[in-house]
Design a protein around this ligand. Structure first.
Ligand code: C2E
Ligand code: C2E
Ligand code: C2E
Length: 91
């Protein structure tokens, strides 16, 4: 089943992202830091990104957006959205 609905806000957990191995999380980490720089948004523990950005990232990772979403949840990088519908389990 689909891990995410099209209307769900994508909120990345930057602390979890920073603790992941660079070979896996590297492209996502670079993408997130580029968005932070463009927004001048450096102090957050989380970063809301565009749904369009998830599609671009899925191409980078050679996955479907749903597959990438599942991976982000496994990595603990997806925080609950504004509606609380996505939870990244603490291990
Ligand atoms: P831009 O796309 O021309 O957006 C200009 C400004 O419109 C943004 O300035 C922001 O204040 C507002 N804005 C545009 N779209 C949204 C949105 O979906 N939600 C919210 N809350 N505000 C929005 P800001 O934040 O200083 O960003 C400057 C530029 O940095 C943006 O210009 C865009 O080129 C890039 N950028 C920032 N965040 C993202 C992002 O999450 N994804 C992408 N692809 N680009 C981003
Ligand atoms: P907060 O900064 O106190 O913002 C509370 C709510 O105000 C946000 O709920 C959002 O609905 C609205 N809000 C705040 N700033 C903006 C803005 O620039 N544009 C728009 N369109 N709305 C804004 P939300 O989105 O559920 O976020 C909850 C909290 O999560 C935020 O509390 C903030 O602490 C954090 N957060 C979420 N996304 C980001 C992000 O991209 N960067 C940072 N630094 N923090 C974020
Ligand atoms: P948000 O600010 O609550 O915006 C929710 C949705 O409203 C966005 O989903 C987008 O479809 C639309 N929207 C809001 N502001 C604009 C705008 O200025 N121009 C356009 N064309 N659409 C707008 P989306 O794109 O999936 O973004 C999800 C969240 O990512 C936004 O929630 C915001 O928290 C963050 N975000 C996206 N782009 C930017 C940006 O350029 N700057 C900042 N500061 N935050 C952004």
């Amino acid at each position: 089943s689909s891990a995410i609905t099209k209307s769900t806000k994508i909120v990345l957990n930057l602390e979890s992202l920073g603790s992941l191995p660079a070979d896996e999380a590297g492209p996502l980490a670079r993408y997130a830091s580029t968005i932070q720089a463009q927004r001048h948004d450096y102090n957050g523990k989380v970063l809301s990104i565009r749904t369009e950005d998830l599609k671009s990232l899925a191409i980078i990772y050679d996955m479907s957006p749903d597959e990438l979403t599942t991976r982000l949840i496994e990595w603990g990088v997806l925080s609950p959205g504004a509606d609380g519908s996505i939870y990244a389990d603490e291990e």
